[in-house]
Design a protein around this ligand. Sequence first.
Ligand code: HEC
Length: 92
Amino acid sequence: MMTGRGCAACHGADGRGGVLRGPRRTLIEAPDIRYEALTRPAHGWTDADIARAIREGVDPEGERLDPAMPRWSMTDGEVGEVIGYLEELSAR
Ligand code: HEC
């Protein structure tokens, strides 16, 4: 399932984020998750922060992310692959 395909539903095939709209209101606004965007100085996430967001649904300050963002149970290897994939998206 992995290597980004499950993520693309919300974050877009290119990882730049996306908005899912319902008839009346915006349902989900998913941010840009390209590696470059997450690790840029203004955002400042580390690989460990990204892994935590994916697994535990919290940001680096420990604040819960919007429940629209699923929690994924992944091994270290799988998280590493997803991060590698996000890096590839940055390069495109
Ligand atoms: C059902 C929609 C959905 C799917 C699928 C999804 N996400 Fe998210 N994701 C979100 C939303 C919405 C947020 C924003 C949460 C917030 O700001 O509180 C988010 C936030 C994030 C963040 C934090 C970004 C930031 O700058 O705050 C990361 C990292 C992330 N997602 C990675 C992933 C990865 C990797 C996958 C696939 C394994 C994935 N997401 C799948 C909806 C989704």
